[in-house]
Design a protein around this ligand. Structure first.
Ligand SMILES: [Zn+2]
Length: 742
């Protein structure tokens, strides 16, 4: 084997990992050396005879672990976006060892003693705001990880964390294997009636790829309600497809979910919390279990009522087909019929207006240019981790280089489902690093030479994930600990959901929504109908989302010692209790394939999507009606929110540093649920969303000039925020993404 490419910092532009040289065999040696190096660096911190200072302790900690961060960034993505059995085996082996490594740092008594001592003197240290926040947040992270527990409790904690890490890896691999095993195999093209010719050809190609020439294979998407259900005319095929989807990993992951929730409850008790949910939300903007309970409880009745109204509409159309009762596998199909008959919106007829390349360049990039002045240049000379990956260099309004954006848009068998954003290199002034971020989507790959035509939902996903990408790209912090999307889980969806607004922003829409063959713009009158048709489906969408959020909540509000005998029964009882047992609307994820919460970072955090919408609904109005140009608003939004990462409390300006965020305003406007009420505290439209502090300073700039890296001993430029032992690792149990689509 040649020299391990992880052992030294990349010499490529922006420290892009040298993908052309990286082999799976490099991972384990790099992980092992990376962990050993970081432990040695920490031993040097604790052996320093000088009194603890922020520089010799916390900044040194920020500088540590460079090699580990390099390998983790690449490996996390590889295991999600292009995995192999070999990579899966490495994942299973390394997951518990990384958990043990994080514990070795957090439970290092000498290290914590220095942090604690500094924390106790923080008022007299005269620190700049970001350094003070680093001290406070690091201290909190140590305490939350168990630094103050006794030796016996710490030993138990290490055992729990290792077992949870192994279980999460197993859970994920079970979902992936069973999703493939349960792909629906059909013998004739007639059974696929209703699908587009492209989709039928793709299913045939799927069959060939699986060695089943002559069959048609529908592979399963992440979530319950498979996209083909909207078009398949054969009711029995729809039923088979949904049954396959809903039953995924039922045998293996039910017991795993029970075990994992019990371990999390035990860990929460050790750390002084009643439940895992209480432990999680204590460090989120929601703050308390009650706040989340209240939001969910308030949304359920109108959402269910809305879904029932939609069901009545569907029943009218379905009666013509002799369908007496709308079943779960009928819902999407008849929704599509209603959209066509009542709103004259035909989803298939829209696709030609949403060609991937055009949506990306003339929509997503165009909007970023409009609001923030940034521009994009493709860099085919830079090699991605897969031939499908596109690399773009991002330039600021003044022409200076900002970072790299990697787009990996297409589905493939080796990629897990869903859509997500993450980083390969994290921005940090301390380390002298600029961001390298990527988006992963699962858009069906067209036949060679054919355009990739997107659905309305896929267009939204593209804008959404790019909102996360901008959060990473615009990061302008000193410490990697705070960079980009390292914000509370229930805040991280805020920028991405805000970015969705550009999708229908008139100037943007007119620029990208053009027929791929004729160039003809999407008829303006159609746009209004699409939006009306969209709001028709909100009852279903909100109920399926809330059902998943409540399942997450039910699993993680279990107190320690409360036995669960059977996952399926537990699930049914939880939904019934919450008033969400709507037979025709299954949860967006059932327990046994709910990777967000059992194999990702969203345990007791799936509520975050709707929580973030509470914030983002106001922001759209703020952009529209703030009395500023779009470019001026974009600059404020970037400077005050996107650039700050977690270097400032997410809701700090709103609450003046005390108390909790204001009670969520009824936000159902976008989901067509509730009428809009004035925001608490008045505010008026010029005041803008609660988080924002509009500084009326002249000019548009105000971002800090970049300084030289400051880490000692030539380590500068060799690290990133990725593998830090603190908040991010905890908030990002491997191998899930930092941010994922709901
Ligand atoms: Zn997201």
């Amino acid at each position: 084997m040649t020299e391990n490419p992880f052992f030294t910092a990349s010499t490529l532009a922006y420290e892009l990992p040298p993908f052309a040289e990286i082999r799976p065999a490099h991972y384990l040696p790099a992980f092992e050396r990376g962990m050993a190096e970081q432990l040695a660096e920490i031993a040097a911190i604790t052996a320093d005879p000088a009194p603890a200072t922020v520089e010799n302790t916390l900044v040194a900690l920020e500088c540590s672990g460079a090699l580990l961060r390099r390998v983790r960034g690449v490996f996390d993505n590889h295991s999600s976006a292009d995995t192999t059995p070999e990579v899966d085996r490495i994942d299973a082996e390394i997951s518990p060892r990384l958990a043990a490594h994080r514990d070795a740092i957090h439970l290092d008594a000498a290290l914590f003693a220095r942090v604690e001592e500094l924390h106790s003197r923080r008022a007299e240290l005269d620190l700049d705001p970001e350094s003070l926040r680093l001290l406070e947040r690091r201290y909190t992270a140590f305490v939350r990880a168990g630094a103050r527990l006794g030796a016996e409790q710490q030993a138990r904690l290490r055992g729990i964390n290792a077992e949870l890490a192994t279980a999460a890896s197993e859970f994920r691999q079970n979902v992936s294997a069973d999703s493939q095993a349960r792909a629906l195999v059909l013998d004739s093209a007639e059974q696929l009636a209703g699908l587009s010719p492209d989709a039928i050809a793709a299913a045939a190609e799927n069959g060939r790829a699986l060695g089943r020439e002559g069959t048609y294979v529908l592979s399963l998407k992440n979530f319950s309600n498979q996209t083909e259900l909207a078009s398949l005319t054969d009711r029995s095929v729809r039923e088979r497809l949904l049954t396959a989807s809903l039953g995924r990993a039922a045998g293996t992951n039910g017991p795993l979910a029970i075990r994992m929730s019990a371990l999390r409850a035990e860990r929460a008790r050790l750390l002084g919390y009643d439940t895992h949910a209480a432990y999680v939300v204590a460090d989120e903007t929601a703050g308390t279990v009650e706040a989340v309970d209240a939001l969910l409880a308030r949304l359920v009745p109108p959402a269910v009522a809305n879904a029932r109204r939609e069901a009545a509409e569907l029943a009218k159309v379905a009666a013509a087909d002799g369908v007496e009762e709308i079943a779960a596998h009928d819902w999407a199909y008849y929704s599509e019929q209603v959209r066509q008959s009542s709103y004259q919106v035909d989803a298939a007829a829209l696709r030609p207006y949403f060609e991937l390349e055009r949506v990306l360049r003339d929509g997503v990039f165009f909007a970023a240019n409009l609001a923030y002045g940034v521009s994009f240049t493709e860099r085919p000379d830079l090699v991605g981790y897969h031939p499908d990956v596109r690399v773009f260099e991002v330039f600021d309004a003044d022409g200076s280089a900002l970072g790299l954006f990697l787009g990996d848009f297409h589905a493939r068998a080796s990629k897990r489902g869903g859509a997500w954003m993450d980083e390969l290199v994290t921005q940090s002034e301390l380390l002298g690093q600029r961001p390298v971020v990527y988006n992963n989507l699962n858009i069906a790959k067209p036949a060679p030479g054919e355009p990739a035509l997107l659905s309305w939902d896929e267009v939204r996903t593209l804008f959404h994930e790019f909102g996360h990408a901008l959060h990473g790209l615009f990061s302008d912090v000193r410490f990697p600990y705070f960079a980009g999307t390292a914000v509370p889980r229930d805040f991280v969806e805020f920028p991405s959901q805000v970015n969705e607004m550009w999708m229908v922003w008139p100037e943007v829409l007119a620029n990208y929504a053009r027929h791929h063959a004729t160039g003809e713009p999407l008829p303006a009158e159609l746009v209004g109908r699409i939006e009306a048709a969209e709001s028709f489906g909100q009852g279903f969408r909100t109920v399926e989302y809330l059902a998943a959020a409540l399942l997450d909540w039910a699993w993680h509000t279990l107190p320690e010692g409360q036995e669960v005998a059977d996952a399926e029964e537990f699930e049914a009882a939880a939904l019934a209790k919450a008033g969400l047992a709507v037979a025709a609307v299954p949860p967006r994820y059932r327990t046994t394939y709910f990777g967000h919460i059992f194999a990702g970072g969203y345990s007791a955090g799936y509520y975050a999507y709707i929580w973030s919408e509470v914030l983002d609904a106001d922001t759209v109005e703020w952009f529209k009606d703030g009395g500023r140009s779009v470019r001026e608003s974009g600059e404020v939004f970037r400077r005050e929110l996107l650039a700050r990462g977690d270097s400032r409390d997410a809701l700090d300006p709103a609450r003046g540093g005390v108390g909790r965020p204001p009670p969520p305003p009824p936000r159902g406007a976008r989901r067509g649920l509730l009428s809009r009420a004035p925001r608490p505290g008045g505010g008026g439209r010029a005041a803008g969303p609660a988080w924002i502090r509009v500084e009326r300073r002249p000019g548009l700039s105000g971002l800090r000039a970049r300084r030289r890296p400051e880490c000692p001993g030539g380590r500068a430029g060799a690290g990133s925020g990725r593998g830090r032992p603190g908040r991010r690792s905890a908030a990002r149990p491997r191998p899930g993404p930092r941010t994922a689509a709901p």
